[in-house]
Design a binder for this molecule. Sequence first.
Ligand code: NDP
Ligand code: BG6
Length: 482
Amino acid sequence: MVSRVIPVKTFDLVIFGGTGDLARRKILPGLFRRFCAGQMPPDAAVVGAARSDMDSASYRDFVGEAVREFGGEETKADGKLAAFLERLHYVPIDARGEAGWRELAALMRAGTVHAFYFSVAPSLFGDLAERLNQHGLTDEDSRIVVEKPFGRDLASAKELNRDLAAFFDESQIYRIDHYLGKETVQNLMAVRFGNMLFEPLWNSQYVDHIQITVAETVGVGGRGEYYDKSGAMRDMVQNHLMQLLCLIAMEPPSQFNPDAVRDEKLKVIRALDDVEPHHIVRGQYDAGDEGPSFREEVGDARSRTESYIAMKVGVSNWRWAGTPFYLRTGKRLKARCSEIVVVFKALNHSIFGEQEDHRNVLSIRLQPDEGMTLGVTIKEPGPGGMRLIDVPLDMSFAEALGENGDQTDAYERLIMDVIRGNQTLFMRGDEVEAAWAWTDPIIDGWDTRGDVPKIYDSGSEGPVDAVQLLARDTRVWRKVAS
Ligand code: NDP
Ligand code: BG6
């Protein structure tokens, strides 16, 4: 199977923070891969901007090194990297200063898409928006891409939205949640709305409960300072897990277009129940063979920040009332595994007499080893009567779709969507605010009560209390396996 590359219009892409970690590891190598795929028009230009004193030649050296490290196999192909680097320019700019802006404005060609990627700390978003406006770069050809975290609570998210709205229309603002750029996350919509099979059963009448797991083996590493102020709730649940929940729970949009999809996601967030304190488990990893403890890594022996969270969430609407969603995410766990599991209800009558509890279970594996498994019940082979067993109908996307199944990194796809002007996979301002409005009281409750996370072993499945969270409802988590 050959993947289809849809050409985009020519563009000038400015990466503020073009020397930072995200630009080096994700944005620039991603652009290079799109270039190799033939998706970058011949005259598209990429401009790095940051305070570091560099010229375009030294920026090309810098990017060359980054792409060789993170760009994948294509970097070895003759001449490709050199041809890509020719597209690059660099302008030294301080987001809060005056120098460099005229030079930048002069590089922007009339009649092309101008995309400004704010790959800098959110505290600089307002300054960048204001300077772009001062230099005439906020017209209808312009769009901005902003990174997470989009605020740390409702008040700060509102302030950021206000800062950006002062100079840009909502249709020009692309708020990144890189989970939405993942192939398998988009597949959630394809599975739900592209098949006759699932949608009629996709409700509380047939679904017993849903589990959403995003487990990581890595710790916080060098991001301790950021993470200690954030925790799993702000870093993962408010955005990535929330988006997964929305895609699983939303009503079918009338069309696959940005506002239709985002309207439906927003309705889900607004229908989320407040979460009872005893429906949340917070954890923090201890030291182990895998590395130092969370507290050592963040440099605070009394840190109360969670590196793990498990919670039971209710969605109060016609479709889902009565079907709990169990979410969990954590660092330094046993295996890296992101998975959504839909557990259907037991039969209301078995014609085979007394049998063990058999249920259909649909697992959608987001990463790694992307795929889907549908557990079906069949007769156990051999004589001895009608005994039932559950077997998996298993599909690995890599096996089914071959090497073209999933080549595109989330960032590559999202950047090309920005150029195309397609906001479907980006968060709208009201969506982000609604997510914070739900998250804030949970975090405030921990602070008021002085809640301390449970310590769990590095390399384990998280705190035992998370097992009890489901056991109380006579349910069990799916094993986290790589
Ligand atoms: P880094 O600290 O590695 O890079 C920051 C970049 O901003 C550098 O290029 C720096 O260059 C530039 N910069 C800093 N201050 C200014 C200024 N006043 N004016 C102009 N440029 C400035 O951060 P990351 O690349 O890791 O993160 C960037 C953004 O992306 C953040 O919002 C982060 O939360 C987000 N993000 C990052 C992820 C990652 O994996 N790294 C993942 C998800 C989100 P210089 O010092 O030369 O000015
Ligand atoms: C980032 C979080 O947004 O997502 C990180 O800040 C986390 O803490 C990462 O590790 C997980 O992304 P992925 O694509 O590796 O699942």
